[in-house]
Design a protein around this ligand. Structure first.
Ligand SMILES: [Zn+2]
Ligand SMILES: [Zn+2]
Length: 339
């Protein structure tokens, strides 16, 4: 029997419509054979080709090389080369509102290894990457023209990755999207009506229920939401209420890296290296109000098509309790046996 659930954090309805053919175990695929070389001389992100891109930051490896580099996207959506005129200018007609494409579009080269993946990277390297995310986030919000910073990863072609070398991205924009501003309003309304934080309340509810919890750490909780929008949709919420990812403390950062690394390893070994996106959902730089930042992970397993496009509603063919139970049972090999 299907059921409609309202995802109160995103204010989106989802139709949970499990079908026999979409039991969690049926959505896994075989782990693809390791076929890529650790170095590709033609790859712009591989060692030896550093001069092909403009570097904005790097984490050295102590031996003349690097562990993580940050470079400007070669085909940036937004750029600091653009003028930085007033945002939302009405010029001539109220029907034509524009802003300059000022901003920053950076690429994190996660690791020197061409054949790496976050799930297979040593935790220490992955923690370095997350620390790099925070450094760049802080660098972006120091620019008063930046209104919102989105950090994300597209893993696999099905998730939009156009280059095989593991990388993540950051876009700092001069406007905050409708989506994040709508969510600020949701938080404000919840505070007004219930006297607390919506995300803190969800966290307490999920912990009390327990059925969808994947893991808990001193500072974070990972779970599949009660109204998960797609199969294996996962949130990692910080226990400490904060609006901006950039405010994360050192011990919280190491904890987040550990939690995310474990979740990605669970997906890798449990579902056979699925394509996925993860996004750090931080509040707008100004006017975040009582927004509570979090990290969302969406494996690209269900194909969203005309109905989702036409309605903004999702159809999830799995029960979140079932996918959480499945993921909790995944056996993860020890790190050095990852292959
Ligand atoms: Zn490469
Ligand atoms: Zn909160």
């Amino acid at each position: 029997m299907s059921e409609l659930r309202l995802n109160v954090l995103t204010n989106e309805w989802v139709i949970l419509a499990p079908v026999r053919s979409a039991r969690p175990s049926d959505l896994r695929r075989e782990l693809p054979p390791a076929g890529r070389a650790p170095h590709d001389p033609a790859c712009p992100f591989c060692v030896g080709n550093e001069e092909r891109s403009i570097e904005t930051a790097r984490v050295p490896d102590g031996a003349g090389g690097w562990r993580t580099r940050v470079v400007l996207n070669k085909f940036p959506a937004l750029s600091r080369d653009a003028p930085a005129g007033p945002v939302g200018r009405v010029e001539g007609s109220a029907l034509r509102v524009r802003s300059d494409a000022y901003g920053v579009h950076e690429v994190f080269v996660d690791s020197p290894r061409h054949d790496g993946a976050p799930a297979l990277a040593p935790l220490d390297d992955f923690t370095t990457l997350i620390a790099c995310y925070r450094d760049r986030y802080r660098a972006m919000v120091a620019d008063p023209r930046v209104a919102h910073v989105v950090i994300f990863k597209n893993h696999g072609e099905g998730a939009g990755a156009s280059l095989g070398h593991p990388h993540s991205q950051l876009i700092a924009s001069p406007v905050a999207s409708r989506q994040v501003l709508d969510r600020v309003v949701l938080f404000e309304r919840y505070l007004h009506e219930h006297g607390g934080c919506l995300a803190c309340a969800i966290l307490a509810d999920e912990l009390a229920d327990g059925a969808r919890i994947l893991l808990t750490t001193p500072h974070f909780v990972a779970f599949t939401p009660w109204a998960a929008l797609s199969p294996f949709h996962i949130w990692i919420l910080p226990r400490r209420h904060a609006s901006h990812f950039g405010d994360i403390a050192d011990d919280e950062l190491a904890d987040l890296a550990g939690a995310l690394h474990r979740v990605l390893r669970t997906l890798h070994f449990g579902l056979g290296d699925p394509d996925y996106n993860y996004v750090i959902r931080s509040g707008p730089v100004c006017g975040a109000g009582d927004y509570h930042w979090y990290l969302s992970i969406v494996p690209r397993i269900a194909r969203h098509a005309g109905f989702e496009f036409g309605s903004g509603m999702y159809i999830n063919p799995t029960w979140p309790d079932d996918t959480a139970r499945f993921l909790r049972a995944v056996e993860i090999p020890p790190e050095n046996g990852a292959g």
